[in-house]
Design a protein around this ligand. Structure first.
Ligand code: MN
Length: 135
């Protein structure tokens, strides 16, 4: 019986870092998808906060970009869920936020997010931040 080996492309695929982006704004998701391609990463986009824990557990992304303002669970709640689960607590999470007030920033820092990026995104800033976690 012949042994089935994964094709080169599958092997290559498995080695590419995976970015999970959680955003309810479709344009922002497309932007991050494009960015992931530029960085030679795989990409999963999700708009529902309540789906994030299951997706992160299953696919084990190298990094999660998490919008704070989501229609169902907010980013803080999603982050707490991720931190409390031993299957996801190790994954770095970057908050994406339009919250601009000093108190909001302090709240994000106090929650324990690895980093945060203000909207509108500076593409270079976000790319460099992603690179620092996946390389
Ligand atoms: Mn949002």
């Amino acid at each position: 019986m012949e042994l089935m080996l994964p094709s080169d492309s599958q092997q290559e695929n498995a080695q590419k870092p995976l970015i999970l982006a959680v955003e309810d704004n479709e344009d922002n998701l497309l932007l991050i998808d494009y960015m992931a391609e530029t960085l030679n990463c795989r990409f999963i986009g999700e708009s529902q906060g309540s789906n994030v824990l299951a997706i992160a557990k299953k696919y084990q992304p190298n990094i999660i970009l998490l919008d704070i303002m989501l229609p169902d669970l907010n980013g803080f709640e999603v982050f707490i869920n991720l931190q409390q689960d031993s299957g996801t607590a190790h994954i770095p999470v970057i908050a994406l936020t339009a919250l601009a007030m000093k108190e909001d920033r302090q709240r994000i820092e106090a929650a324990g997010f690895h980093e945060y990026v203000k909207k509108p995104y500076m593409i270079d800033e976000l790319e460099n931040m992603i690179l620092s976690y996946i390389s």
